[in-house]
Design a protein around this ligand. Structure first.
Ligand code: UDP
Ligand code: MG
Length: 201
């Protein structure tokens, strides 16, 4: 095994191809984007999660739920839409609770592909490759920007979550919790070398 370098920058993050990514046949495309960038997949499985498992995957605190509501409200403001007309409320927490429920419904529509990715600044790099939460805002070149145009204005009127193909941990704490929530120690396999890394780093 080669000598490990630059270990201070090496992080682990949790990533998951959501039901629409699986149903659209984009598993290979998405995995390839991470692999080609020099990130190493160290755990991988297809799962049909229970409602409870998904419910416990997403945070339950009011701050996070209100943020979900706000992401939609910001979009409505930009397109001149009235939150009360779209959501039936202009309270971000109430709206966030509805979005969270639609999100759970979405995440159990079909199997997901869960993985742990290791690499240099992996949390930030995976988020960057993933793109903005709202596909209508995501940059071209990101997974969400290249494969979707969905937006809260389109999704919420139809009482569904935005379909944005992929989940990626946002912070170190989120990554640690999510890795533990989805994988046991035995399912994580960091002990192999990528041949291309000898040339890359
Ligand atoms: N979501 C949604 N409508 C919104 C905001 C979020 O359907 O207005 C869904 C979307 O699937 C998103 C998930 O809720 O990926 C979790 O939201 P978060 O703010 O954590 O975004 P992410 O970290 O996935 O970019
Ligand atoms: Mg998030």
């Amino acid at each position: 095994m080669s000598e490990k370098k630059n270990t201070l920058a090496i992080e682990r993050t949790f990533t998951m191809i959501k039901p629409d990514g699986v149903e659209r046949g984009l598993i290979g495309e998405i995995l390839g984007r991470f692999e080609k960038r020099g990130l190493k997949i160290i755990a991988l499985k297809m799962v049909k999660p229970s409602v409870e498992h998904i419910d416990n995957h997403y945070p339950k605190d009011d701050t996070w739920i209100a943020r979900l509501g706000d992401k939609g409200f910001n979009c409505f403001a930009e397109y001149g839409l009235n939150p009360k007309e779209v959501m039936g409320t202009d309270n971000n927490l109430e709206a966030g609770k509805m979005v969270r429920q639609w999100l759970v419904d979405y995440m159990i529509e079909a199997p997901v592909v869960a993985m742990v990715i290791e690499g240099i600044h992996a949390i930030e790099m995976v988020r960057k490759i993933t793109g903005s939460t709202l596909p209508n805002k995501a940059e071209i070149g990101t997974i969400r920007g290249d494969f979707s145009v969905d937006s809260p204005a389109a999704a919420n009127l139809n009482k569904r979550s935005i379909k944005n193909l992929i989940h990626a941990s946002e912070t170190k704490a989120e990554a640690e919790n999510e890795i533990k929530h989805w994988f046991s120690e035995e399912e994580i396999h960091p002990d192999y070398d990528r041949a291309d890394h000898a040339a890359m780093f």
